[in-house]
Design a protein around this ligand. Structure first.
Ligand code: SF4
Length: 452
């Protein structure tokens, strides 16, 4: 079943796409990757067809994604009389998730980025659904007037991505026919409206409200879109960053970036140059916090080594890092499980294979490269660098990645992740900049020996 002829209209009212049965994908990784590709191809509500999959003697019918809500509909949802408080059943319990959102406002839903490790498109759709300015400003006033403990600081004005407010395909007809999984990969599509003016105006109105002292932007920023809008980057650096701005290049190397559907690190450099310039002009000392993923499908040991060299060269030390975990429904999870690349047609033979670090030893090594400055990791890094023929990176100089000496009492357990008694439950990612002493608000850290 299914209309697949190139260039033809997808008769979405008349056809459905049959996925391989549950029993087939359960036992056959190639078919699993193929099914994942089919599912993600049917993600545009303008042309997606229903999916059908056989489970035993039953058929599962999956409707296409819903038509995005209009702005009045979004306002209708957000203007409902929410209590803006945890359920009374929690009593006085401290709820971390509530602390994070109580003074923040969601201005939109959805994301057209298509990052392959993320499931936002499956949750919220690939077409941005925007609230009106009026609705957002009303919510800010409600927080100001009714939320206990509000001191005038808004912690975030954002959404799945900070800067996709009011961005969309220039032509609704083109949008409804489009089959691309991302509007920004491999490049920003020429049909995409990337004008950040409505967002700038929203920020200005938000911070002009009586009783609002500061509006932070804490949602992740899509920097390949931001660099096209210098006025936005200026607004951000001048008024909305309280010292640190989180952004997520996720990697520096082309191999993993191509599997993640993320832009090249050159775009990050361009954004940093722009951001630093506007921060200087505003007389502020601001820093970028780049996030990276270790061991994403498509990442080799050499890729991680190159990322570590980039981190060192740019003066970053990641305190805590993220090692890839497959998330349900994501394309990256399909790569990890199947060893195939569902971003391209999947065939039994001849289609692209994707390597994933799976064993504990190699996953630990990839993470260790991200934390090259931690002496606990130096023994396994030394061993790996020698095996990779890169012993030239071991030594006492600034150009070396790690030293050839080991501080007493460290590096005995095979990497930091296996240290007895180490707690990982509440870790957060902070990146230290070696040009700066310590992240404000954190207690002074015990001085540890570190590379470089
Ligand atoms: S044509 Fe371009 S901007 Fe429009 S929906 Fe497709 S990828 Fe996005």
């Amino acid at each position: 079943m299914g209309a697949t002829a190139k260039g033809s209209l997808f008769h979405k009212e008349k056809t459905a796409v049959r996925l391989p049965s549950f029993e087939q994908v359960k036992d056959d990784r190639v078919l699993y990757a193929h099914a994942s590709r089919l599912l993600h191809q049917e993600s545009n509500p303008g042309n997606a067809r229903p999916l059908v999959q056989r489970h035993g003697n039953k058929e599962l019918w999956l409707n296409p994604p819903p038509i995005p809500l209009t702005t009045p509909e979004m306002d209708g949802v957000y203007d409902l009389p929410y209590a803006r408080a945890p359920h009374p059943a929690y009593g006085e319990a401290k709820i971390a998730a509530w602390e994070m959102i109580r003074f923040s406002v969601n201005i939109m839903r959805g994301c057209f980025g298509g990052c392959s490790f993320c499931s936002i498109t499956e949750h919220e759709g690939r077409i941005i659904q925007n609230r009106s300015e009026g609705s957002i400003l009303r919510e800010l006033e409600t927080i100001r007037d009714k939320t206990r403990g509000f001191t005038g600081i808004v912690s975030d004005l954002g959404g799945p991505t900070a800067n996709m407010y009011r961005l969309a395909c220039k032509d609704p007809k083109t949008e409804s026919l489009c089959r691309r999984p991302s509007c920004v990969y491999p490049d920003v599509c020429k049909n995409l409206n990337t004008d950040h003016t409505p967002l700038i105006e929203l920020y200005r109105k938000a911070r002009a409200l009586p009783g609002i002292k500061k509006v932070h932007i804490a949602s992740g920023l899509r920097y390949d879109l931001a660099v096209r809008n210098p006025a936005y980057v200026k607004e951000l650096a001048t008024h909305h960053v309280g010292g640190y701005l989180k952004i997520a290049p996720e990697h520096t190397e082309a191999g993993p970036l191509s599997k993640m559907m993320k832009p090249g690190i050159g775009t990050y450099d361009a954004f940093k140059t722009m951001f630093d310039k506007f921060a200087r002009e505003a007389g502020k000392e601001l820093y970028l916090i780049p996030y990276f993923i270790a061991a994403h499908p498509g990442t080799t040991d050499e890729d991680m080594m190159n990322l570590a060299l980039w981190l060192k060269k740019n003066g970053y030390r990641a305190d805590q890092v993220q090692t890839f975990l497959p998330s349900p429904m994501s394309l990256s999870a399909a790569m990890y499980h199947s060893g195939r690349n569902p971003l391209r047609p999947v065939r039994r033979s001849g289609s692209e294979e994707v390597f994933s670090a799976k064993g504990l030893t190699q996953r630990r090594l990839h993470k260790a490269f991200l934390r090259y400055h931690d002496a606990e990791n130096w023994p396994i890094l030394r061993e790996a660098l020698k095996r990779m023929g890169r012993a030239d990176l071991i030594g006492p100089g600034k150009h070396h990645l790690i030293p050839n000496w080991q501080p007493a009492g460290t590096g005995l357990a095979g990497g930091e992740g296996v240290r007895a008694g180490r707690k990982h439950g509440t870790q957060k990612f902070y990146t230290q900049h070696t040009t700066q002493s310590r992240r404000p608000g954190l207690s002074p850290r015990k001085k540890r020996p570190a590379a470089g």
